[in-house]
Write a protein that binds this ligand. Structure first.
Ligand code: PBG
Length: 338
């Protein structure tokens, strides 16, 4: 064995991975995962008023929309085939208080939007986030007393807020607060109020992440938030704890689950899908979006390709869908490509 070529042949032999990669048609033939419009959930931000389309500095390309504009956005999303929207309100500061009491108002911004969207575009799913942070003067997801976010009282208020959201026509309630026991209480409350068909997408594993920064500008909590959310969100270091937390949500009646943030937590997506078999959705959060936008704007990365690659990565990690601020752009792109 003196010839170099012989040695190389012996080493690789029949194990030539590149055969399947040699042409576009072979690559398409062996492709394991596809991203389709059915995988997309579009988070949108709401503001009071009419005819308002307000840019968010930290999230280039994302707007806060008044309800009438949100209805137009819903129509466009539905026309493109996006299955569902997730709504997040930027509530007037004068309506925020210590306990987030405005969350219970049947006519608050989130409920107004649900009613208007379901009336005008009944074919699109409306997922409402239930948490107190858009409504509290301190930006926390729960009721703050003596420096502590009190769990059980928060849960009972969130359950009542969930009923108001379901009354307004929400199809799926997504509790994003990470209080203990909330899924079970919300399920019972919804059932007792006659909302057996309203689903629950548990923010099953929500991590205490720095990636939420731009979102807080979007809903106007960045200047308000005192301290951090480490006493209720999960420590980014903990995967097994996240699974235990998710197991409780499953036990308590979650119909589907979410992992948040998305890309840095693909291991959690995979483990959750594997462990429970429930539909798992990743939330590609504001910071993930803004990083791609910023690097794209600088010309450091190809924004469109990175966007598509990240979304495909969620599919590969076992996700059934992705909440993404790119949803509309992606849907348009997929429509163009046919
Ligand atoms: C809180 C909530 C957060 C997000 C949605 N709901 C996190 C937070 O402000 O702590 C973040 C979404 C994003 O970053 O895109 N209930």
């Amino acid at each position: 064995m003196t010839d170099k070529t012989d040695i190389v042949d012996l080493i690789t032999g029949h194990r030539r991975m590149r055969r399947n990669r040699k042409a576009d048609w072979t690559r398409r033939m062996v492709r394991e995962n596809q991203l389709t419009v059915d995988d997309l959930i579009w988070p949108i931000f709401l503001v009071p008023g009419t005819n308002v389309v307000e840019p968010i500095a930290a999230m280039p390309g994302v707007m806060r929309l008044s309800v009438d504009k949100a209805v137009e956005a819903a129509r466009e999303a539905a026309d493109l085939g996006i299955p569902a929207l997730a709504t997040f309100p930027n509530v007037d500061l004068s309506l925020r208080d210590d306990t987030g009491s405005h969350s219970l108002d049947a006519d608050n911004l989130i409920n107004q939007a649900t009613r208007a969207i379901k009336k005008a575009v009944p074919g699109i799913g409306v997922i409402t986030d239930v948490a107190l942070d858009p409504f509290t003067s301190h930006g926390h997801d729960g009721i703050l007393r003596d420096g502590e976010i009190v769990n059980d009282e928060t849960v009972s208020q969130i359950a009542r807020a969930a009923i108001a959201q379901a009354d307004a026509g929400a199809d799926i309630i997504a509790p994003s607060d990470m209080m203990d026991g909330r899924i079970g209480v919300i399920r019972q409350a919804l059932d007792a109020a006659g909302h057996q068909n309203v689903g629950i997408m548990a923010y099953a594993t929500k991590f205490a992440s720095a990636f939420y920064g731009p979102y807080r500008e979007a809903i106007g909590t960045s200047g308000l938030l005192k301290g951090d959310k480490k006493t209720y969100y999960i420590d980014p270091a903990n995967g097994t704890e996240a699974l235990r937390d998710a197991a409780l949500d499953v036990e308590e009646g979650a119909d589907m689950m979410m992992v948040k943030p998305g890309l840095p937590y693909l291991d959690i997506c995979w483990r959750m899908k594997d462990a429970f078999g429930l539909p798992v959705f990743a939330y590609q959060v504001s910071g993930e979006y803004s990083m791609i936008k910023a690097a794209g704007a600088q010309g450091w990365i190809d924004e469109e390709r990175v966007m598509m690659e990240t979304l495909l990565a969620f599919k590969r990690a076992g996700c059934d869908g992705i909440l993404s601020y790119f949803a509309l752009d992606v849907a348009r792109l997929l429509a163009r490509k046919g």
